[in-house]
Design a protein. Structure first.
Length: 233
């Protein structure tokens, strides 16, 4: 049986709202590329001079003020130093055997000092590992392989200076999918409980470093060849 992917928008905002705030904090102005960005919705609140989405599938592309381009993220169809920022949300685990190549391509098309914003599922999260094996969904594909967060971090750190890293959720990312399956009268209290669960898990991940490897999602922000900081006398 394939599980249909239904989400409660209000619970999505509770569990993933910080992610949307983070991308607008780090990705501002200039030219922005969204890898495998589908409809480009993740860039909807980003203020930039130019927004480009590159994806193999153009059917979902074409949002206003976002340029759509069909292409392969292993061979980005852009010149060196074209973009000021590159966003890779939920895309790297779809090319598990080519992570280094994708990151090299991202580095190539970024200007010096350019930003890479990565958000990807964690490969060692117990609920996700079980769910992927026994509960196939309508959006996951067999080829995807989420990374061990330490492995992904190391691959990024070999090519960029990591300036921010965040580890999200132990099980809270499941809440937006559970709430729609509840009776309508139970959904408001479930949303309030969701907020408490997210807060508790965030606190645990901050305090207990060993838990981070088992998080549901990771966020890394890297900078390409940042300018050296000049010290005073």
């Amino acid at each position: 049986m394939v599980i249909q992917w239904r989400r409660d928008p209000k619970t999505v905002d509770i569990t993933m709202g910080d992610l949307n705030r983070q991308v607008t904090l780090w990705v501002r102005g200039g030219r922005v590329l969204d890898l495998g960005g589908g409809s480009g919705w993740f860039l909807r609140d980003v203020e930039a001079d130019m927004k480009v989405v590159v994806d193999l599938d153009l059917d979902s592309l074409g949002r206003a003020r976002i340029e759509a381009m069909q292409g392969d993220i292993l061979h980005l169809p852009f010149r060196d130093g074209t973009f000021d920022a590159v966003v890779a949300r939920g895309v790297l685990h779809h090319v598990p055997g080519h992570l280094g190549r994708v990151l090299d391509e991202v580095r190539r098309v970024l200007v010096r000092g350019g930003i890479l914003f990565v958000h990807d599922p964690g490969g060692l999260n117990p609920p996700a590992m079980v769910a992927r094996r026994v509960m196939p969904t309508s959006i996951h594909v067999p080829e995807e392989r989420p990374f061990d967060p330490l492995y992904l971090r190391d691959a990024i750190a070999r090519r960029f200076v990591i300036v921010d890293e965040r580890y999200r959720h132990l099980s809270g990312y499941l809440l937006p999918h559970l709430v729609p399956r509840l009776p309508a009268f139970l959904r408001p209290p479930a949303r309030r409980l969701s907020r408490e669960i997210v807060r508790a898990e965030s606190g645990a991940l901050r305090r207990v470093g060993a838990l981070r490897r088992f998080c549901g999602y990771v966020q890394f922000v890297g900078v390409k060849d940042p300018a050296p900081v000049m010290g005073g006398d």
